[in-house]
Design a protein. Structure first.
Length: 277
């Protein structure tokens, strides 16, 4: 059992509240996409997985972290503020010309190691980070959060081949497998299964987990950071919009903003944690 599970579970509710209020303040953002990854990013930053130095975003020996699904980058902004990468006051300026926090991830933001553009742009960049660390003989891991929809893209599989060929066992991909894209269900557009077998065929270690279960997330991450000559992918089954009743697993909430009544319902939902201790 986790010694700090209660802390992590409390962070789940805190993070969802922070994201929601930040986004509705400017009526811009992807709430549902950010909510499906909450337990993953909390595990990385508060579960003794990601190596970083509080208040020092450019610490040279930090692990690298990329949100490849850049539309959910705002889901990590409250954490980056909490670890003193920038003042909390910036959260209230999210999405405005006066602030530093963009709707999509931008490397000008402290703690964002790569700008997120087209889906599957980040895996190749991450391979470069990981290979450079290997060549420099530095113990630096690179973590990437991917969407499942990115598996449509050829550049992802090029990166998968590259990482395996170069034995990048300091590279960890985490797939936010919420089974949703902007157009509908992932499999309704292109069937990407069997996803685990595809990754195995490219020479990767593969873990399949419940992406909202802290024990499973941390077990897989702790295994992933043990070097064994192969890169690792963690396929995390998640629920898009988890924590807000009417958003959960509903396609239209990919980038739709709630109205006044829906905001009230969401705030009521967010008084109770959707993750159990």
């Amino acid at each position: 059992m986790l010694n700090n599970k209660k802390l992590l579970v409390n962070k789940s509710l805190w993070l969802r509240k922070e994201i929601f209020e930040m986004v509705i303040r400017v009526n811009q953002g992807h709430i549902a996409s950010a909510f499906s990854q909450c337990e993953i990013v909390i595990s990385l930053f508060y579960g003794n997985i990601l190596k970083y130095k509080k208040g020092y975003p450019n610490y040279p020996n930090r692990d690298r972290f990329i949100i490849s699904k850049g539309h959910s980058a705002m889901g990590v902004y409250p954490i980056l503020s909490d670890i003193k990468y920038f003042p909390k006051s910036e959260l209230k300026k999210y999405g405005t010309p006066e602030g530093i926090l963009r709707i999509y991830g931008d490397k000008s933001i402290p703690g964002i190691d790569s700008t997120s553009g087209s889906l599957s742009q980040a895996p190749g960049i991450a391979c470069g980070f990981a290979l450079a660390s290997k060549n420099d003989k530095k113990k630096i891991n690179t973590f990437v959060i991917l969407s499942d929809g990115e598996h449509y893209e050829g550049s992802l599989w090029e990166s998968a081949m590259f990482a395996s060929h170069h034995n990048l066992d300091n590279l960890i991909f985490i797939v936010d497998r919420n089974n949703q894209i902007i157009l509908g269900k992932v499999e309704d557009c292109l069937d990407i299964e069997p996803l685990d077998e595809k990754w195995k065929s490219f020479g990767w270690n593969v873990h399949k987990i419940d992406g909202h279960n802290y024990e499973e997330i941390l077990d897989s991450l702790n295994n992933a950071i043990i070097p064994n000559g192969k890169p690792t992918v963690i396929i995390a089954d998640t629920i898009k919009g988890k924590g807000i009743s009417y958003m959960e697993d509903v396609t239209r909430w990919h980038n739709t903003m709630p109205n006044k009544e829906q905001i009230k319902i969401a705030r009521k939902n967010l008084k109770k944690n959707c993750i159990e201790v």
